[in-house]
Ligand binder design. Structure first.
Ligand code: FE2
Length: 259
């Protein structure tokens, strides 16, 4: 029998959306990588979402968890399981996070920014519950385990490059994301608009102070990461709008870690 769960967002950094998802992530100390648990038993019956509890969150964590929330939203919108219900929440989550994350990172006491980040994160979580994440999360789990970095940072490192990879498969969805992010869509060819979305995502990650450098990488590490992603993350990879095969995963890791 399911026991009632009341979730209070103490310590929730406006990122996971865990208060409304059936997901939990744990690191396997033996194998060294992160695993997701999905169960309806993890969905709370009541949620107390109080953005004031996030006011003291440091800029670095605000940035990384905020990009995680953005990743939930955009992956849910472009993925194979997307639907009218999840799109509603995913698109508004993209809009809110794009508008308020920079402000929340710059001034942690900006209550308006914290409020809308909390709502954006919540909407991202609702989108996940009705749809699901994809390639960014699939490749992020092995990366987080390998380098012992946060889930948000792992996603931030991969986000723009996986979106660039996906754009060819669902260009119309990227046009919609462009509109939501305030990117000019009229008078530009479709390919240019799609490119601008990827550029804007890369800029958002950079603007909130996330740097992608300092990883020790070797050809063997790339092999290991790609092998783990392909063998252990099929649940997420199957939801990605463009199939990610071993060579694709390896190339994406190479692009983000070597550059
Ligand atoms: Fe996530």
């Amino acid at each position: 029998m399911k026991r009632p769960i009341i979730a209070i967002t103490i310590g929730d950094p406006s990122g996971t959306g865990a208060e409304v998802t059936p997901n939990a992530v744990v690191k396997d100390p033996v194998e060294g990588w992160k695993k997701g648990i999905v169960s309806s038993f993890l969905i709370p019956d009541k949620v107390i979402l109080d953005p004031e509890l996030t006011l003291s969150l440091p800029p670095k964590i605000t940035a990384e968890t905020g990009i995680d929330a953005f990743t939930h939203a955009i992956e849910c919108f472009i993925c194979n399981k997307s639907n009218l219900m999840s799109d509603l929440f995913a698109l508004d989550s993209i809009r809110l996070i794009n508008n308020y994350l920079r402000r929340a990172v710059k001034n942690g006491n900006d209550k308006e920014a914290r409020y809308y980040m909390a709502i954006g994160s919540l909407y991202g979580g609702i989108a996940i519950t009705n749809s699901g994440t994809g390639g960014v999360h699939a490749l992020a789990y092995p990366l987080g385990g390998k380098y012992n970095i946060s889930h948000g940072l792992s996603n931030s490192i991969l986000l723009a490059d996986v979106m660039e990879f996906n754009a060819k498969a669902v260009p119309e969805k990227f046009i919609k994301v462009a509109e939501i992010m305030g990117i000019e869509t009229t008078n530009f060819p479709k390919e240019k608009v799609v490119e601008s979305v990827v550029d804007e995502i890369r800029k958002l990650v950079k603007d909130v102070g996330i740097t992608i450098e300092g990883f020790e990488v070797s050809e063997k590490v790339l092999d290991n990461l790609a092998t783990l992603a392909i063998s252990e993350q099929q649940r997420l990879l199957e939801n990605n709008p463009r199939p990610i095969l071993y060579e694709d995963a390896r190339q994406i890791y190479k692009n983000v870690l070597f550059n």
